[in-house]
Design a binder for this molecule. Structure first.
Ligand code: ADP
Ligand code: MG
Length: 240
């Protein structure tokens, strides 16, 4: 569903992504791991054009999204993003957060948008929070709302950038559990994470980035039992 060909991204003189090629199939769950500063967020952000690649091609469902005529808004509807710091709208209730884009961007009727949002809130275990404001929620609850809000746009793929890194330890599991249940629904997921246990259990593939290069692209069992690069070995020794 997502195909990346010889992707490069530079910020001025800083070459952040170097010659990355990979494919993410429909329904696949891919974990992206690697040291801080290795380019994980930049890679993810290129996939829905929050960053514009310097060179290379990215195809989503066969469409070259790096082409000039690409409609960025359509791509972002189709490929949602969940951030470390939730990015909920503070002046809107949970339900308003969730129905805003479906109504404004997709033109979904208000009542229908509300009904779908309630279904999604049930799925993430937060139906009773529909009418509260984000400040009344714990970090774990905020992130579950943020995930539900992304799902409200009915994206084909969802990108997660360290979705549990800003959470207190006791809230990590409730968010990972929601992501785990999502992984079984057939939605395509790319997840930047430092949760090695989760990556090992839930991901179909592991991408290991180091200094902007894709050093490993393997199944979790291959990666965790026998990483081929010295960098990945060192990284895992620190993480596990
Ligand atoms: P990671 O998510 O793996 O920690 P990032 O993709 O955030 O890595 O960053 C990779 C490198 O690119 C870092 O050196 C970072 O400082 C740099 N970088 C990221 N975004 C920008 C930007 N908008 N402008 C300049 N440099 C950036
Ligand atoms: Mg990052």
């Amino acid at each position: 569903m997502i195909k990346v060909e010889k992707l490069y991204k530079s910020f001025g003189k800083l070459d952040v992504l170097k010659d990355i090629s990979t494919e993410i199939k429909k329904g696949e769950v891919v974990a992206i791991i690697g040291p801080s500063g290795s380019g994980k967020s930049t890679f993810l952000r290129c996939l829905n054009l929050l960053e514009v690649p310097t060179a290379g091609k990215i195809y989503i469902d066969g469409q070259d999204i790096t082409a000039k005529e690409t409609d960025i808004m359509t791509i972002r509807q189709n490929v949602g993003m969940v951030f470390q710091h939730f990015h909920l709208f503070p002046h809107m209730t949970v339900l308003e957060n969730m129905t805003y884009a479906p109504i404004k961007v997709k033109g979904v009727a208000k009542e229908r948008a509300k009904a779908s949002a309630m279904e999604l809130l049930k799925r993430v275990g937060l139906a009773e929070k529909a009418d509260v404001y984000p400040t009344k929620l714990s970090g774990g609850q905020k992130q579950r709302v943020a995930i539900a809000r992304s799902l409200a746009m009915e994206p084909e793929a969802l990108l997660f950038d360290e979705p549990t890194s800003a959470l207190d330890p006791e809230m990590v599991k409730e968010v990972l559990d929601v992501m785990k249940s999502l992984a079984h629904t057939g939605i395509t997921m790319a997840i930047v994470t430092h949760e090695m246990g989760f990556a090992r259990e839930v991901a179909d593939r592991i991408l290991f980035l180091d200094q902007g290069r894709l050093l490993e692209d393997k199944t979790p069992s291959e990666f965790f039992s026998a990483p081929s690069s010295e960098r990945a070995k060192q990284f895992l020794e620190k993480m596990l």
